[in-house]
Design a protein around this ligand. Structure first.
Ligand code: MG
Length: 398
């Protein structure tokens, strides 16, 4: 482990962080946080799926011990370009799974997109690494397995999703006070006020314009369809050990309140702030401490009103499907996720319409074999089967 000397006797160990998905929106902001607090944190490993150009740039700047590119086609480019630096270079899914086990790593930021996050996150937990979790699909697909594994290995899972970070912040100092209700706020996305007729013709470009948050394509489409909020309901269930009935979604278009917790005495705590993902990333890194952050502050003299609405499960069917999947349990959320990944990819390629996504997801949930208590292998098989069935449904509907 690398260390720096403070005074004559104390040795302060910088926290070694591995970032899975370093070229994405969360990954790049995490690097900003590390740069701003380079006295506390150091990058041990960076991994990316495809964006080799940015990965090279990041490797030069942050000098990690290891870099991994998942897409093996980029391996030689990466190795040759970094040949002058003492950085170990690997490629492929297996390398990605193994890198998280490296002894010096203290914390793994899981910020890759989708189902691909599951295996490396589970490996990191088994290796005893603290997890900063941005990849919500990990808990959507296999929440029971992952949280159980974390308990077994006494590994904390620190939420990076802004809503869950807000809930986590509201729970600070509450000891064992039980949660009565979680009020999960949602911006409502770009189609909050659209009619069914308008949604029918919603385009890829319109869906990619989120009013408050600047994020990657997959999560932006999920936000427009409110699948993101459905996933967050499932994520909240596993992170905070509550029943589906204890989670209410509240549409709050200004995205100032990032979520709230209601306690046994009716008291509600909320966390507020400007929409800036660096805060939840940083809080996961530094918990229970708070570090300085040069973000924009909320200004109540210009903040004229905060408004709240009920979500509409008819126009945003994905939200209702998520609650259904959660209540079914077993591999149903895994089916929901696999079908959604196929649908989002098809929608981005303009192979299906916006509303068709929910239809295909619902059909996939009906047609994929239900397993009440799945093993890891069952989840892998379910993911494959559900993807195939979703593809068939898209072919039929299209
Ligand atoms: Mg979120």
């Amino acid at each position: 482990m690398k260390s720096i000397q403070i005074g004559k006797t104390d040795t302060f160990q910088k926290r070694q962080i591995a970032i899975l998905g370093s070229t994405g929106s969360i990954g790049t902001q995490a690097l900003q946080v590390i740069e701003e607090h380079s006295d506390l944190y150091e990058v041990y490993a960076l991994t990316a799926h495809n964006n080799v150009g940015l990965l090279i740039e990041q490797a030069r700047r942050f000098q990690p011990d290891v870099v991994v590119i998942a897409n093996e086609a980029h391996y030689t480019t990466l190795r040759d370009t970094l040949a002058d630096l003492p950085i170990k270079v690997y490629a492929g899914a297996d390398a990605l799974n193994e890198v998280v086990e490296a002894e010096p790593i203290d914390m793994v930021l899981a910020s890759m997109v989708g189902y691909a996050g599951l295996r490396p996150t589970m490996n990191a937990i088994r290796a005893g690494k603290a997890i900063a979790l941005a990849n919500k699909e990990t808990l959507v697909v296999a929440g029971e397995l992952v949280t159980q594994l974390a308990i077994e290995h006494r590994v904390p899972i620190l939420p990076v999703d802004s809503e869950h970070s807000a809930i986590f912040q509201c729970l600070a100092g509450e000891g064992h006070n039980p949660i009565e209700k979680i009020l999960l706020t949602a911006s409502g996305g770009p189609f909050r006020t659209w009619s069914m007729e308008q949604l029918q013709h919603a385009t890829r470009e319109q869906a990619l314009k989120h009013p408050n948050w600047d994020m990657g394509a997959k999560i932006t489409i999920d936000s427009a369809s409110m699948m993101n909020k459905g996933f967050e309901v499932i994520e909240a269930k596993w992170l905070f050990d509550v029943a589906p009935e204890q989670i209410d979604v509240v549409v709050h278009p200004q995205s100032v309140i990032h979520s709230m917790v209601q306690f046994a005495d009716g008291s509600i705590k909320a966390q507020l702030g400007t929409p800036d993902m660096r805060l939840p990333i940083q809080y996961a890194f530094s918990y229970p401490q708070r570090l300085s952050l040069s973000s924009q502050r909320l200004d109540f003299s210009t903040l004229s009103s905060l408004t709240f609405e009920q979500p509409d499960p008819v126009r945003f069917r994905n939200l209702a499907l998520s609650f259904e999947a959660l209540k079914h349990g077993g591999n149903m959320p895994c089916i929901l996720n696999a079908a959604n990944e196929v649908c989002v990819s098809a929608f981005l390629k303009e192979r299906i319409g916006f509303l068709q996504m929910s239809k295909v997801i619902e059909q996939t949930m009906e047609h994929t074999t239900f397993i009440p208590t799945p093993t890891y292998e069952d989840y892998v098989a379910t993911d494959t089967a559900a993807r195939r069935i979703a593809e068939e449904m898209i072919a039929k509907n299209g």
